[in-house]
Design a protein around this ligand. Structure first.
Ligand SMILES: [Zn+2]
Length: 254
């Protein structure tokens, strides 16, 4: 159940991994001896586990094996019909995540006209649609990763956390313009933060904000994958330099 896609997956393997998302959404673990269950990442309760320091939870049963049961119908037996219902739920959830961004079409028309590199625009769209590969999003998609932020180790790594609330982001934004510093340090979700800033900032300030957010994401990736840390001043300076250079070349071509 925990296998990864690999570099050259076959059609059958692709299909199995697609079905796995449905199975993992509709199934949960029935606890036996507990040896096959990852306490913090597998679904074995109807709610998130709360740990009270018990050395050995009372629900363990050494004489029974852990088993995966289907929870989408009364008989706890897998049926194609109930799996289809789960697939529809997953599709609805994905569509509602994208619909928030689609709702504001007039705003997006203005966004696509921002004078920033296309990769920054694509990044902004991905962040607003909540499809950046943060640990929190991967975990939600049933990928076996710890959802906790690798930079501060304190919160779930959501898009709004890594780009706005986490210590690295806060240190970068502390060096930015006064308008940004007057915004609340916490954001309910990245898209609401984006809407707030869209109303507050001039197009030029929004261009700078989007490019710096993109640079924070790159710094996060460098930390996660290369174990190198960028200084907040360096992140801000390089993002500003990158934007100024892009706009200069853009102006020269017109
Ligand atoms: Zn963090």
């Amino acid at each position: 159940m925990d296998a990864a896609l690999g570099h050259n997956p076959s059609y059958v393997w692709w299909s199995w991994l697609a079905a796995r998302e449905i199975i993992m959404e509709g199934a949960c673990w029935k606890v036996g001896h507990g040896r096959n269950i990852e306490v913090s990442t597998h679904k074995w309760l109807s709610h998130k586990p709360v740990f009270l320091g018990e050395a050995r939870p009372k629900m363990l049963n050494n004489t029974a094996r852990d088993s995966l049961i289907w929870k989408e119908n009364g008989s706890n037996k897998f049926t194609v019909k109930s799996a289809y219902q789960v697939a529809l739920q997953i599709k609805d959830q994905a569509q509602s995540e994208h619909s928030r961004a689609r709702m504001d079409r007039p705003i997006w028309k203005k966004i696509w006209k921002l004078n920033v590199p296309p990769k920054v625009l694509m990044f902004l769209w991905r962040a607003c649609s909540n499809i950046l590969s943060t640990r929190g999003n991967l975990h939600r998609r049933k990928v076996q990763v710890e959802p906790t932020c690798g930079l501060c180790c304190q919160c779930t790594e959501t898009v709004e956390h890594v780009l706005w609330e986490c210590l690295l982001a806060r240190n970068v934004w502390a060096l930015s313009s006064g308008k940004i510093q007057k915004c609340p340090n916490e954001a309910p979700e990245f898209y609401s933060l984006f809407r707030l800033l869209f109303d507050k900032l001039t197009p030029q300030e929004l261009e700078q904000w989007a490019t710096v957010s993109w640079a924070i994401w790159n710094a996060r990736n460098k930390f996660c994958f290369e174990k190198t840390q960028r200084h907040p001043e360096q992140i801000l300076r390089e993002a500003t330099g990158f934007l100024v250079e892009y706009q200069r070349l853009n102006a020269a071509q017109e």
